[in-house]
Design a protein around this ligand. Sequence first.
Ligand code: SF4
Length: 382
Amino acid sequence: MSFKHEIAEWPEERIAARIAEADAAAVERALAREERTPADLAALLSPVAADYLEPMAKEAQRLTRWHFGRTIGMYVPLYISNICGADCVYCGYAVRSGNKERRRTLGPDEIRRECDILAGHGYRSVLLLTGEARRAVPVSEIAEAVAISREYFPSVAAEIYALDEADYATLVKHGLEGVTLYMETYHRPTYAQVHLKGEKADYDYRIDAIERAGHAGVRRLSIGALLGLYDWRQEGFWTALHGRYLQKACWRSAISVSFPRLLHVPERFGIPHLVSDRELVQLMLAMRLFLPEVGFNLSTRERADFRDGLIHLGVTMMSAGSSTRPGGYGTYGEETLEQFEIEDTRSPEEVAAVIRAAGYDPVWKDFDYAFDDAAIGEPSHQ
Ligand code: SF4
């Protein structure tokens, strides 16, 4: 099985036709249904549905509260390396971005130090990140970083280069719980235009990677498209289909979706399909109505005021106090190269206070983790 076969049945012309034919009656039908079809999804993503954001928001809120309660999970990214051999034209880490300096991979002691600082803020869930550098940061080093992080955090996820199933299984053995892997764009011609070098240029290998992670026993799978690379309605449609596909293909894993939006890019690249705030809201609402049980992650790429407004609209996990530099929390400060500028610079405590004020509980511990505690053991640094 592969999502490649499913997406092949939904070429952009077919999606565009469904979106174009959606009228007010189709949007109202989609709103009224309990289980929504791909045709409903197209209607909710259509320009006509832009006039229905309020009822969509109400339904999205109802579904999110039903499935997730009034809780928002807190997580933090930890960059363990900014070395990258790929050339993704939108990224500050790209090998040809002109940024040759300030590249570094953290050693075990440095990772410990960063973990210690983050655990001190109360985080119990961390996302480890690397560039695409299989030689500079081999799987064995990522496995060691996972094992070290597990000494501090009950929940460790990784956003790294795509792996074979056996490599994911190795990381699971070291305590990995989650994998985040964005397709960036599901649109094959755009994918080829923006991924110029390295293994990441292989669309087919990447699109199946998250399913390989699921089959290897990774319990949390997170997907997303980098909004701004291609038409957001098409990307939203494909991402939602991918989410539904993974719910079946990897039924033991919890699926979540992220909404990374391009705002700051290297000088050599102009954002081809800039997504407005209102469009992003419509996308999230349409996605929530189509995928009621899927978690939504929101990073500090977005502005503080915008993030605060989204708390009510389906978000289930938020990062806070983030640095996109290796060693950025205490070891190297601003000495190392950052991947992208963050917009919401508030501390985790400030973000938690806003979540509480909105009537939700910020959750630092992953309750599902109780299942794993018996297998892997509680962290030793608490
Ligand atoms: S997006 Fe990832 S793989 Fe691409 S250049 Fe940036 S760090 Fe490297």
